[in-house]
Design a protein around this ligand. Structure first.
Ligand code: SF4
Length: 218
């Protein structure tokens, strides 16, 4: 779990109304099934913030990059929709969600008894109260070293052998408790046999698949 300095988080536990009025640029939010990584198959409310400064060429949500193209939505509205969905957990993703201060949103979600997970490239500082941190590092903009101690799950997208070396470099910086997962890039099926052989030879790693794409859910 990550907490923005305990004192800061407690200080933020002030008026709910005050937190609810904060805004975030939002591309979309929806209730679905977590499709990839350690929590695959769990129902989750996805909150996709807008804005990304990493800009991977193979990104499948390029429309999220420019935050000016998306409305700013109040934390109150986002939390209300999450609660109404009945989801036990929220996944904050992007874009790159750490471009924004996540304290108001994450504190309000946890006040409502909702677990908070984040999927991030780790290239900006962590913020808020986070029950689960999935680090999906990108070579285009490297993760900050200070974020590694909070990683619960390392998920590296693999296209070529070079990515396997990069994955090992990233794993060496993670806590021993972190789950280590390799994920084939969807449009690069030749990465699958590469990953299968690698995981058989290096069993500390597992494989993550984008099952939501097979299930045809968002
Ligand atoms: S970090 Fe994520 S949202 Fe940003 S470009 Fe890469 S894949 Fe797309």
């Amino acid at each position: 779990m990550y907490r923005t300095g305990e004192a800061a988080a407690i200080a933020q536990l002030r008026e709910r109304d005050e937190l609810n009025q904060c805004t975030l640029p939002l591309m979309e939010d929806f209730y679905t099934i977590q499709g990839e990584g350690a929590h695959t198959g769990k129902p989750a409310y996805f909150i996709r913030t807008a804005g990304c400064d990493v800009q991977c060429w193979w990104c499948d949500v390029k429309e999220s990059w420019d935050e000016e193209k998306h409305p700013r939505v109040t934390v109150g509205e986002i939390v209300e929709r999450t609660v109404k969905s009945g989801a036990p957990l929220a996944v904050i993703t992007g874009g790159e969600p750490l471009l924004h201060n996540l304290e108001p949103l994450t504190i309000r979600l946890r006040q409502e008894g909702i677990r908070v997970h984040i999927e991030t490239s780790g290239s900006s500082p962590l913020s808020g109260v986070l029950d689960w941190v999935t680090l999906s590092p990108k070579r285009f903009k490297k993760p900050l070293v200070e974020n590694f101690p909070y990683v619960d799950e390392l998920k590296v997208v693999v296209l070529t052998k070079k990515d396997l070396a990069w994955a090992e470099e990233m794993a060496a910086l993670c806590p021993d408790t972190a789950m280590l997962l390799l994920q084939p890039e969807w449009d690069t099926p030749e990465s699958i046999p590469l990953i299968v052989e690698y995981v058989k030879e290096h069993p500390k790693w597992g494989i993550s698949l984008q099952t939501h794409k097979f299930m045809n859910v968002p």
